[in-house]
Write a protein of this length. Structure first.
Length: 386
């Protein structure tokens, strides 16, 4: 569902933002020179701008080298200037480095204690790929999360948005990030597309169970935007392999809610995380999409929960960023079922608490009051297939 022009539009946004940051840093040169040798600052920023223009083609190693060279060139200035100027320059470098990383959609931020790889399989005569982020050393009988990207972004960007490496390291999860064909998911049952993404994910799970030896009873699905809709379609049409799902910045398509389209074979833990200021997937729904509350209620009914038994908790406001978060949960559900809606008041079409929120800045606020990745995992992990 992410805006289809995201590639070109984001590129323009990144270039402009990067230039503004560079000019801001360059304006500090006279001050820096008064505190120390600032002769390397302008050259370092100019080099970074040139690198930014080519960042879409940079490899991970090249971006890390840019970061190291920029830090080295500015290190003396920061060390000698101290005080407010030092802090400002440190923040400028951190932000500018993040822009360089985000400009390259093939960059995957490395996490100590994990490793990543790209796998290609043939399905429907197509070469389909996915990225695996796993603990290092490898574990067996581990749980797995199928994490699906928004329209037009890559598995690597999705991994960065959700901090997949942190999840793998802290919780021992194998995170599988499949690539949609041409950056898209066939998540709408009313689509005329012949791409079988449900079958592709099933083939991915086959390979993960057979070769990576993950626990086939603890495979979960989650996604952002179109990826969230795809996770929901898997819950409906591949339920024998999916133990639960979470959709972020996604609700429920009327076409999937239609009779005969959503037939899970077991109770399905389901959660939604949606912003009230989302202009891409409106919180209150639109003609083809149900509202966030209606989507949650749909799954509560599917799971046999008591429709009127629910509670709402306002989560602690850790950061005053213009957002608050409330969690509404159905409280009387059969064993193995759970249904929750995380309402992000003031939140946009974003991944909550992502450190890569510059990428989605034009899509609204990214709340810092809900860690979506940790929350979704804590929601899912108590459940498994029987």
């Amino acid at each position: 569902m992410l805006i289809q022009a995201v590639g070109k539009k984001t590129s323009r946004v990144l270039r402009r933002t990067g230039l503004a940051l560079a000019l801001s840093a360059a304006a500090a040169v006279p001050m820096a020179q008064a505190a120390g040798d600032g002769s390397g600052l302008a050259a370092a920023i100019a080099k970074a701008i040139a690198a930014l223009q080519q960042a879409g083609q940079q490899t991970q190693a090249a971006i890390q080298k840019i970061e190291a060279q920029t830090q080295a060139a500015l290190g003396k200035i920061i060390g000698q200037s101290g005080g407010t100027l030092g802090g400002t320059l440190q923040q400028t470098i951190a932000t500018f480095t993040l822009i360089l990383k985000e400009a390259n959609q093939n960059y995957l931020d490395p996490t100590p204690g994990t490793t990543s790889s790209t796998v290609t399989i043939s399905y429907q005569g197509l070469a389909r790929t996915y990225v695996v982020v796993r603990p290092d050393p490898a574990t067996t009988d581990a749980p797995a999360l199928i994490l699906m990207h928004a329209h037009g972004i890559t598995p690597q960007t999705m991994a960065n948005l959700a901090r997949a490496g942190r999840l793998a390291h802290d919780y021992g999860v194998w995170v599988y990030l499949p690539q949609g064909e041409n950056g898209k998911w066939n998540e709408d049952p009313s689509s005329t597309s012949k791409v079988d993404d449900v079958g592709f994910i099933s083939a991915l799970i086959d390979k993960a169970v057979g070769e990576d030896h993950i626990d086939s009873k603890r495979v979960y699905a989650a996604g952002y935007s179109a990826g969230g809709f795809m996770a929901e379609r898997l819950a409906c049409q591949l339920s024998s392999r999916i133990a639960g799902f979470v959709a972020v910045s996604a609700t429920l398509r009327n076409s999937l809610a239609a009779a005969g389209e959503c037939t899970p074979t077991h109770t399905m833990p389901a959660a939604f995380m949606d912003g009230t200021s989302d202009l891409v997937v409106p919180y209150k729904g639109e003609p083809s999409l149900q509202s966030a509350s209606a989507a949650t209620a749909f799954w509560a009914v599917k799971n046999g929960c008591t429709a009127t038994a629910m509670s709402t908790t306002v989560l602690p406001q850790q950061v005053k960023d213009g957002t608050t978060v409330a969690q509404t949960s159905f409280t009387q559900c059969p064993a193995g079922a759970a249904n929750s809606l995380y309402t992000i008041n003031g939140g946009g079409h974003t991944w909550p608490d992502s450190p890569y929120s510059l990428y989605t800045a034009y899509l609204g606020k990214t709340t810092q009051n809900l860690d979506a990745t940790v929350a979704l995992w804590q929601f899912l992990t108590p459940y498994s297939l029987q």
